[in-house]
Design a protein around this ligand. Structure first.
Ligand code: CU
Length: 150
């Protein structure tokens, strides 16, 4: 009986990263097929600060299949992506000082990771927020919703 409980607990630990965030941080994986492994991130209301670690689990270099993790209002995403394409990879495909950006990691390649964090108060009630990758062409596939728990 005890052993079975232990096995269940272990399984829960292993499976945890694919669940919705259960504390004030989460890890999102990105791969060589231009995909994030999460579609929706729910930030617990008990958090003041929330941090996200982006992990590139692929092998391709950042010039070919670079990814970042950007948070903004859903309505700001197209503009941030368009300005980011002009800014270039040296600027992580983001316009320097873009006030529409709530949080972002740098662009990373296969095997790399980077962490960003933001004040949870930045997510206002009644507003839709998104996370996405601003590498040119990626946001069509690489996006999801980020919201506060109800
Ligand atoms: Cu990407």
């Amino acid at each position: 009986m005890k052993r079975r409980l232990f096995a269940a607990a272990l399984l829960a630990l292993v499976a945890a990263p694919t669940w919705a965030a259960s504390n004030c941080s989460t890890t999102v994986e990105a791969n060589d097929a231009m995909q994030f492994n999460q579609k929706a991130i729910v930030v617990p209301n008990t958090c003041k600060q929330f941090s996200v670690t982006l992990k590139h689990v692929g092998k391709l270099p950042k010039a070919a299949m670079g990814h970042n993790f950007v948070v903004s209002k859903s309505s700001d995403e197209p503009g941030i992506v368009a300005d980011g394409a002009t800014a270039g990879i040296e600027s992580n495909y983001l316009k320097t000082g873009d006030s529409r950006i709530i949080a972002h990691t740098k662009i990373i390649g296969g095997g790399e990771s980077d962490t960003t964090s933001f004040k949870v108060d930045a997510l206002k009630p009644g507003q839709d927020y998104e996370f996405f990758c601003s590498f040119p062409g990626h946001a069509a596939l690489m996006k999801g919703t980020i919201s506060r728990a109800k």
